[in-house]
Design a protein around this ligand. Structure first.
Ligand code: MEV
Length: 438
């Protein structure tokens, strides 16, 4: 890798100057500048909005915005926007949705919606003294943040509880204020972090001023929300009699399919290598909805993976239950989302997503995201345990391969026709184009 020169004060440059600085590292700087500009929005107001989302923006990086149609959730039909670059994900979700639409659709329920934040601090005092005065401190923490929490309380949310957590057995003198919050329809990161930073100041003042507490110095290490929200839980599931799978594959009976499916879920439960891929397939769906709605997919991913490892081993997020001839397949995980604030109302396509989903509450969006996660996972396991994943995946990927070779629309049409009966591979597509072009 060739090192780049240091450019002092890059963030202070104008957009044109930044582009100029970046373009100089390419053989044809003018072409690179034009290419970057070609992905800007034609409406300067739109582009300004995107430029201001983040620092040092020089262009936009586009992802496809697709739709999974006819997704039945709790008896209602939805069109679900998905932002994803992987060619087969929307198709897999749509196929699953179609399969389940005649079998009762997807079912969901919210188990809880609590968010967590922590003030981490080091204090060398006698913890019994702080414990003895904690009810008073807690009152001060709640009262001292009342101006921050006012609007949220008016919407029915706010601070739910604050605990003093003793972790001095892990790290000498280490304690936490661990607070739980209800942030209603907002993801709540800014709200929680503002409360926590105020808590930190109140804690320091309280300890410094309380005569009965001998050790006066609290060292605040940090005050930040936790993206692990195991009490912000949603479940999505599908169920039908086992015999409903009789036509799922020409070479399998319903019982054989369900037996194989069960083994696949068991393997993802006991083997972390398989569990990671299994859960990755779930997040193909979840992330695509989270992105389409302008939410933070990194937070959702991090939380889901921690939850998957909650008993000490990383496991599948889905469970299969086979009782009384009924196949019940479920996904349980925490998903912390917002439908107000943040990018949800700023990003024009996120706004459109929420409108298409009929202005969902945060709870609604948790359920929709979980459904698409389960739909993608069911689609993946269905393919993996029957015809394998590559046939369908490569069919969807064919256009990407053809585009790599600059295929024209006519060539693409011919290739799509040809590969209806022939196995798609990179080499086969290349050979086909070579022959066609001769
Ligand atoms: C590919 O993006 C996702 C899968 O690998 C998921 C799985 O194996 O379950 C197909």
């Amino acid at each position: 890798m060739k090192e780049k020169n240091i450019i002092p004060g890059f963030s202070k440059l104008t957009k044109a100057e930044k582009i100029e600085q970046v373009a100089q590292f390419f053989e044809n700087p003018q072409q690179v500048s034009q290419s970057l500009a070609s992905y800007w929005y034609s409406n300067p107001e739109h582009q300004k909005l995107f430029d201001e989302f983040s620092e040092n923006t020089i262009s936009n990086f586009h992802f496809p915005y697709g739709i999974a149609p006819n997704v039945m959730i709790n008896g209602k039909n939805f069109m679900i926007p998905m932002v994803i670059e992987e060619s087969s994900v929307v198709a897999a979700a749509s196929n699953s949705a179609k399969f389940w639409s005649t079998r009762g659709g997807f079912h969901t329920r919210i188990l809880s919606t609590t968010k967590i934040g922590q003030v981490h601090f080091i204090w060398k005092g006698n913890i019994q003294q702080l414990k003895a005065h904690f009810p008073e401190l807690k009152q001060k923490l709640i009262e001292g943040t009342s101006s921050i929490t006012k609007n949220m309380r008016e919407r029915g949310g706010g601070i739910l509880d604050i605990q003093l957590v003793d972790l001095s057995h892990e790290i000498p003198d280490y304690y936490q204020l661990k607070a739980s919050f209800d942030t209603r329809d907002s993801m709540g990161a800014n709200f929680i972090n503002s409360c926590l930073e105020e808590f930190a100041d109140i804690l320091k003042d309280f300890v410094a001023q309380k005569i009965e507490i001998v050790e006066k110095e609290v060292k605040i290490i940090m005050a930040i929300l936790s993206n692990y929200t195991p009490e912000c839980l949603v479940e999505a599931w599908v169920e039908c009699p086992i015999e409903e799978f009789s036509a799922i594959d020409p070479d399998m009976t319903a019982e054989e399919f369900v037996w194989k499916f069960e083994k696949a879920v068991q393997i993802a439960t006991v083997d972390p290598h398989r569990a990671t891929t299994h859960n990755k397939g779930i997040f193909n769906g979840i992330d695509s909805v989270v992105l389409a709605s302008g939410n933070d997919f990194r937070a959702v991913e991090a939380c889901g993976h921690t939850f998957a490892a909650r008993d000490g081993q990383y496991r599948s997020l889905t469970k299969l239950n086979l009782e009384n001839g009924i196949f019940r397949y479920s996904l349980l995980l925490p998903i912390s989302l917002g439908t107000v604030g943040g990018l949800t109302s700023l990003h024009p396509l996120a706004k459109l997503t929420l409108e298409l989903l009929s202005d969902p509450s945060a709870e609604d969006l948790m359920q929709i995201s979980a459904v698409i996660g389960l739909a993608n996972n069911f689609g993946a396991l269905r393919s993996l345990t029957t015809k394998g994943i590559q046939k369908g995946h490569m069919k969807m990927h064919l256009l990407n391969i053809l585009n790599t070779f600059g295929a024209t629309d006519k060539e693409k049409e011919a290739a799509i026709n040809y590969f209806k009966t022939v196995k798609v591979s990179f080499n086969a597509a290349e050979d086909f184009l070579k022959t066609l072009r001769k």
